[in-house]
Design a protein around this ligand. Structure first.
Ligand SMILES: [Zn+2]
Ligand SMILES: [Zn+2]
Length: 344
């Protein structure tokens, strides 16, 4: 089969690989029908994910059809259309049983697909712990609609969930890239009084204004004054930081009102510092972590009800054999690209 592989730093290449088969009773094999390219794939390409193994097939977000199941797989069967989870988790350890699947202590747990084991930018993939890592796509939901279930939407759903949003809140989301938009959609499901999106890029600000007319939009340089003028209590009640820069981190706590909750979704290239003397008396609560992607069935149900719809994020589609071109476009952010879908 055709597969896209991590050869070396700054080098991904198409290669011919054998079709995988189940190796463990909890494995399933999925024939990929649509995959995506994620910024994390670029992090691997640029050598900034030390645990990524050279030689593996990359990609960790996809949908497909189950073609093979191990004898201990019960939730999915051959022929089922499924969304694939970015995370591998056992479902049985201390953390998994409490929903903290990102902290699964199984030796194979964590971000494995397309990082430590073969991923989804290929014709087929082997999914370990398939009962946990695969979710059936409801009838009437297209591949395009379900594509971001296992990574981007899981992240947005998790972020909105742990941020403890109520209907009286002013929620500030910093960053309107694909993860920011998925977070925004999940926040809107909770109907807070006000949602403000802060974004550096003018085209992305325009995208938010056009697609989500009830959402207020501002640029980082005006954000502090903008948010303080609009929040009911001198700032945002809830802040979700998705952008991942030094400036956006600082903005997150500066825009927060006293006793606010700040959720950090972003990945930073360098350590951030908390200037505690400047925050003294503000009583802020910070929440951090990686996505706990264990609500995929809820997400798929919301997609089926048209309450979540991320099809507008797919700006380009490429066949797998032209994936080099797709990466080039995605990496250089050309032609207004937001997300690229790849069809084997
Ligand atoms: Zn990703
Ligand atoms: Zn576990």
């Amino acid at each position: 089969m055709l597969a896209y592989t991590y050869v070396d730093k700054n080098k991904f290449a198409l290669a011919e690989r054998p079709v995988p088969h189940t190796e463990h009773p909890r494995d399933a094999i999925v024939k990929i029908t649509l995959a995506s390219i994620c910024t994390s794939d670029l992090h691997i390409k640029h050598g900034s994910v030390p645990r990524a193994r050279k030689g593996i097939i990359v990609g960790h977000e996809a949908v497909g059809v189950v073609t093979e199941v191990g004898e201990r797989v019960h939730n999915v069967g051959i022929g089922d259309r499924v969304a694939i989870n970015v995370e591998t988790f056992c479902g049985e350890c201390f953390f998994c049983r409490r929903g903290y699947v990102n902290n699964c202590t199984d030796e194979h747990g964590g971000w494995a697909l397309g990082c430590r084991i073969d991923g989804v930018q290929a014709e087929y993939v082997r999914v370990p712990y398939a009962d946990c890592g695969l979710n059936k796509i409801p009838d009437g939901v297209s591949d395009e609609s379900a594509l971001f279930t296992g990574d981007l939407l899981s992240t947005g759903y998790w972020a909105a969930d742990i941020t403890e949003i109520s209907r009286d809140d002013t929620v500030l989301i910093i960053g309107a890239g694909p993860t920011g938009i998925c977070t925004l959609q999940c926040v809107l499901l909770r109907s807070p009084a006000r949602v403000i999106v802060c974004e550096l890029d003018e085209r992305r600000r325009k995208f938010v204004s056009e697609n989500y007319p009830d959402v207020l939009v501002c640029a980082p340089q005006e954000a502090e004054a903008f948010v303080k003028a609009r929040g009911d209590h001198g700032g945002a009640d809830r802040v979700i930081e998705v952008a991942g820069s030094q400036e956006s981190f600082t903005l997150a706590w500066k825009c927060a009102r006293p006793n606010a909750i700040i959720t950090i979704v972003a990945m930073y290239d360098v350590a951030q510092s908390l200037p505690l003397p400047d925050m003294y008396g503000k009583n802020l609560t910070f929440k951090t972590g990686g996505v706990d992607g264990c609500h995929c069935d809820d997400i798929l149900a919301l997609i089926a009800e048209r309450k979540l719809d991320t099809r507008n994020l797919i700006t380009h589609t490429f066949p797998l054999k032209e994936i080099d071109k797709a990466y080039e476009l995605f990496e250089n952010k050309r032609n207004g690209v937001i997300k690229i879908a790849v069809k084997p």
